[in-house]
Design a protein around this ligand. Structure first.
Ligand code: SF4
Length: 213
């Protein structure tokens, strides 16, 4: 076994062990289980979503419903890889791993700062294990978590940022949330900025490495 494949095997084992802990997590009393995460993929690319919706728990995987269909369409246009291949080669994490429930005014409740803080150590451990070269935060909440940026999407989407994320130097290419409720990515300047972001993702060497494995 080569050193790199031995390293990938060790990282996948560490991720599986972390998933056992994650699956049993009950830190947030208002969150609705089950815990949702992707498989233990030792990837140089870490995708960070926001929180699962009501359907993802039943499917046992993130981005399993309508927003996911849009996200995988975007990623296929950027990389040429279909949904199954992207799920096999890119590690999927999220700001919160449980469904927050419905908000009073409709839509899904946003995780509270306390819930995000409760879930953050899992992201830190995943980042430490993976040592990713590229992080793709999806949606404003994930962008805020990764870059500490709470401003407008136009200031982030369409460019590559360099940051230290949980102690690992990474490139960050943010995407808008692919929710059908959002019009940002369907109107200018969102259309053009999304196209630029997808082009950057498709050209990033970490993506090429992830998909070549
Ligand atoms: S959201 Fe995260 S910290 Fe909270 S119960 Fe679910 S897995 Fe645990």
């Amino acid at each position: 076994m080569s050193r790199s494949s031995a390293g990938a095997t060790r990282r996948a084992q560490q991720l599986r062990a972390l998933h056992v802990t994650l699956d049993a997590c009950t830190r947030c009393p208002l969150m609705i289980g089950p815990v949702v995460h992707g498989p233990a993929v030792a990837s140089p690319v870490l995708l960070v979503g926001q929180a699962p919706g009501p359907r993802e728990g039943g499917f046992g995987r993130p981005f399993a419903w309508t927003a996911g269909r849009t996200l995988f369409r975007w990623l296929e246009s950027a990389t040429g890889a279909d949904e199954a291949r992207v799920r096999e080669r890119i590690y999927f994490a999220a700001v919160a791993r449980c469904f927050p429930g419905k908000a009073k005014g409709g839509g899904d409740r946003k995780p509270s700062p306390e819930e995000i803080a409760n879930c953050r150590p899992y992201l830190a451990q995943e980042t430490s294990i993976l040592q990713p070269r590229l992080v793709i935060p999806v949606g404003t909440m994930a962008i805020a978590e990764v870059l500490g940026h709470s401003g407008r999407l136009v200031e982030i989407v369409g460019a590559t940022r360099r940051t230290s994320y949980h102690g690992v130097d990474v490139d960050v290419i943010g995407l808008p949330h692919p929710s059908g409720a959002s019009t940002w990515h369907r109107t200018e300047p969102g259309i053009g900025l999304l196209a630029s972001a997808l082009e950057l993702i498709g050209a990033h060497p970490a993506v090429a490495d992830a998909l070549a494995r």
